[in-house]
Design a protein around this ligand. Structure first.
Ligand code: MN3
Length: 198
């Protein structure tokens, strides 16, 4: 059984950047929905206790009848579990150390990176995610797809650009949401991932 992880901070801890109303809806309803539908899809199958990352990496080898449910709901569970950790009430600012070096080497400056990541986030048509990968490249995925599904490594950082992530606070203004999100990015967690993934 897959379970919904608790947030490590209060629903309203991200202040005006992302409201408690959004966090509660996003975590308790949307993420819970992915977990419930994933469990329901896997019920009675031999994949019931399989590791989620393995299911996503090996998506193509699953029975055809399971692939869509695991792609959408397993991907949703996986992406959101990371997303809560990519934000923190103590977040924002700029990365330091190895992550700063990685970004500066590729983009010249932190601001250039922010501009490029923002541009790609705004360019996602409909619902999806924007990712910073361990090689410093920026990629996007539609829906709840994860870089794992295309055989890629795990992302260092990701941003949910589904409307459910911002509509209550920002209506249709994804650009305002992305601009606000930089103020809560948990660079300590990104650094921890970089140490283990690279
Ligand atoms: Mn979401």
């Amino acid at each position: 059984m897959h379970t919904l992880p608790d947030l490590s901070y209060a629903y309203d801890a991200l202040g005006d950047y992302i409201s408690g109303d959004i966090m509660k809806l996003h975590h308790d309803k949307h993420h819970q929905g992915y977990v419930d539908k994933l469990n329901k899809a896997l019920e009675g199958s031999e994949y019931q206790s399989s590791d989620l990352g393995t299911l996503l990496t090996d998506l193509d080898t699953l029975p055809a009848g399971l692939q869509t449910a695991v792609r959408n709901n397993g991907g949703g569970h996986y992406n959101h579990t990371l997303f809560w950790q990519w934000m923190s009430p103590d977040g924002g600012g700029e990365p330091t150390g190895d992550v700063a070096d990685l970004i500066n080497t590729k983009y010249g400056s932190f601001q250039n990176f922010v501009d490029e990541f923002t541009t790609q986030s705004l360019g996602v048509f409909g619902s999806g995610w924007c990712w910073l990968m361990p090689d410093a490249s920026i990629t996007t995925s539609p829906n709840q797809d994860s870089p794992l599904m295309s055989g890629g490594p795990e992302p260092l950082l990701g941003l949910d650009v589904w409307e459910h992530a911002y509509y209550l606070d920002y209506k249709n203004k994804r650009d305002d949401y992305v601009a606000a999100w930089w103020n809560v990015v948990n660079w300590d967690y990104v650094a921890e991932r970089y140490r283990t993934l690279s």
